[in-house]
Design a protein. Structure first.
Length: 259
């Protein structure tokens, strides 16, 4: 069914590659006007051109840049219907190896950036013409449920996103009714970020094979598959869904696979 987002205005952070790029293209395919943001300007601009949208440089850990992004979107489009809080970073380190600098960088992008996005998106969505309405999709991970030994900061950030989402959802439901917030929890996805982690492991092919085999479905997901999940949460088809988790992990959590 085409046009599932007709007339909607969407911001997709971390939209230069991976899940963000796929989501931007899918949202555009379904009729949304998309604002792509990232710190990778050339790649982000290319995705925005493909999606027929616009690109803004944005470091999501910087509140001033969030203010600018929201204001620019409202000036151009007059409303905000969807925020896809996708920007994220992985820096592998167990708890004994985690420096404060690494911790602050990962939490700043993966959790503080999501918080700022929610805060400023709600400020726009509650003033939408007609009535408060909107959908916020926060990208977490299956590590929002289970621990990753070599990713202490990453695991903490994704667990934080999961519960922050619930707090935002309850707040919005009580005050605004039709502003929703849900989290998306991918398993192992074939993305540039994950490939960089595989390359850093010392055994890229072995690590890739492990993450493919540990998911009962027997493979890693594509970015497009995650974008389609985001589409459901962003669309009015999920109008009674808020404060919950969409787990897209090929059955990993169901099988209690190790991390």
């Amino acid at each position: 069914m085409a046009g599932r987002l007709n007339g909607k205005i969407a911001i997709v952070t971390g939209g230069a590659s991976g899940i963000g790029a796929s989501t931007a293209r899918i949202f555009a395919r379904e009729g949304a006007k998309v604002v792509v943001t990232d710190v990778q300007d050339a790649k982000g601009e290319a995705v925005a051109r493909e999606a027929g949208g616009t690109f803004l440089h944005q470091d999501t850990s910087d509140e001033a840049q969030w203010t600018r992004t929201i204001e620019s979107t409202l000036v151009k489009h007059g409303r905000l219907d969807i925020l896809m809080n996708n920007a994220g970073v992985f820096m592998g380190a167990n708890i004994e190896e985690t420096s404060l600098e690494l911790w602050n960088k990962v939490l700043g992008i993966n959790l503080t950036g999501v918080m700022l996005g929610c805060k400023h998106a709600i400020g726009a969505m509650k003033k939408n013409p007609g009535a408060p309405k909107g959908s916020i999709v926060n990208v977490s991970s299956i590590t929002g449920f289970i621990g990753l030994a070599n990713g202490a900061a990453y695991t903490a950030s994704k667990g934080g996103v999961r519960l922050l989402t619930k707090s935002v959802a309850v707040h919005c439901a009580r005050l605004y009714k039709n502003i929703r917030c849900n989290s998306l929890h991918p398993g192992a996805i074939d993305t540039p970020m994950n490939q960089a982690a595989f390359d850093a492991s010392g055994d890229p092919e072995g690590t890739r094979a492990f993450f493919s085999s540990v998911q009962p479905i027997g493979r890693m997901a594509t970015s497009d598959e995650m974008g389609e999940c985001a589409l459901f949460l962003a669309s009015d088809e999920s109008s009674f869904v808020t404060g919950t988790e969409l787990v897209a992990d090929g059955g990993w959590l169901a099988a209690s696979g190790p991390l």
